[in-house]
Design a binder for this molecule. Structure first.
Ligand code: SAM
Length: 279
């Protein structure tokens, strides 16, 4: 079947370049270009944005982004085996696609892209969570990016959008909802990927808020929620005891019952507690 961009089907690209998926790199490829175009459309105003795509692999999502009209795509891929297939895409879009063979964890997007920058990625799940926390916790806000559109394990996506009182509410929910408006925009079954992973996946879109919803220092807030949810079944007066000898008084001073548990505490209260602990 011919493709809208004139490039061969991804299955043929993978076969031609011997790009066998490597488990060690968390490679589960999306080969259906209708699906990758649909994911690309979730990223927002592509025509007026530069896109940082992390982990393009054979380029299914990259092609989706370009077909859907992205102004520019910077694709950063660690696996050098993917450079040849990505070069073929680059030949079709010489002015709109730049490919870098590097670890995304080491890259400064502002060295290559012009804001507004939208980050789009179908990443290995462990790298995805690490990068998400990093993107959510720069010292100053708004960040360099305008939005994130990221694939996660469905269970992680549910944790990101969970509300207080839910068993899924935790560190990722607090950090995500503090500075962005995360929404689950798509769910994908294992069969959408080659090879199929064991779990279901979901795409989460995060728009950066112009300012955090409540004032707090990102590192201190992060350390606080890590501690509070690290022992989520304990009362806060016990789980946070190591932070300050007078933790019960500090909790009370910001209106939190020392006997409450982390999953009952809203983002506003966590921010207030973080500020009180810093003072
Ligand atoms: N985006 C492609 C798709 O949807 O078919 C590939 C997805 S695959 C789940 C994840 C890709 O991320 C792989 O190609 C892998 O080599 C790449 N990758 C893993 N860790 C990376 C890192 N730290 N920096 C850049 N790329 C990475």
């Amino acid at each position: 079947m011919s493709q809208i961009d004139g490039l061969p089907p991804l299955r043929d690209v993978i076969a031609a370049h011997g790009l066998i998926a490597k488990k060690s790199l968390g490679q589960n490829f999306l080969l259906d270009l209708n699906l990758t175009a649909k994911i690309a459309r979730q990223a927002g105003d592509l025509a007026n944005s530069d896109i940082l795509e992390i982990g393009p692999g054979p380029g299914g999502l990259t092609r989706g982004l370009l077909v859907e009209g992205a102004r520019k795509v910077l694709a950063v891929e660690k696996d050098s085996r993917a450079m040849a297939p990505l070069a073929e895409i680059q030949a079709v879009y010489p002015d709109r696609l730049e490919v870098i063979n590097a670890d995304a964890l080491d890259l400064d997007p502002l060295e290559h892209l012009t804001p507004p920058i939208r980050i789009v990625a179908n990443l290995p799940y462990n790298v995805g969570t690490e990068l998400l926390v990093r993107w959510l916790t720069p010292l100053s806000w708004p960040p360099v990016w305008a939005s994130l559109t990221l694939m996660f394990q469905k269970e992680v996506a549910e944790r990101i959008v969970a509300q207080p009182g839910s068993k899924k509410y935790g560190r990722l929910a607090v950090l995500s909802q503090w500075r962005t408006t995360p929404r689950v925009v798509m769910e994908l079954p294992p069969e959408a990927f080659t090879p199929p992973p064991k779990i279901h996946s979901a795409v989460v879109h995060f728009d950066a808020l112009p300012a955090p919803r409540f004032e707090a220092d990102p590192d201190k807030l992060q350390a606080l929620v890590a501690k509070a949810f690290g022992q989520r079944r304990k009362m806060l007066r016990a789980s946070l005891k190591g932070l300050r000898p007078d933790i019960e008084d500090v909790l009370t001073s910001v209106g939190i019952k020392p006997t409450s548990r982390a999953e009952e505490i809203g983002i506003e209260e966590f921010c207030a507690l973080s500020r009180a602990l810093a003072s």
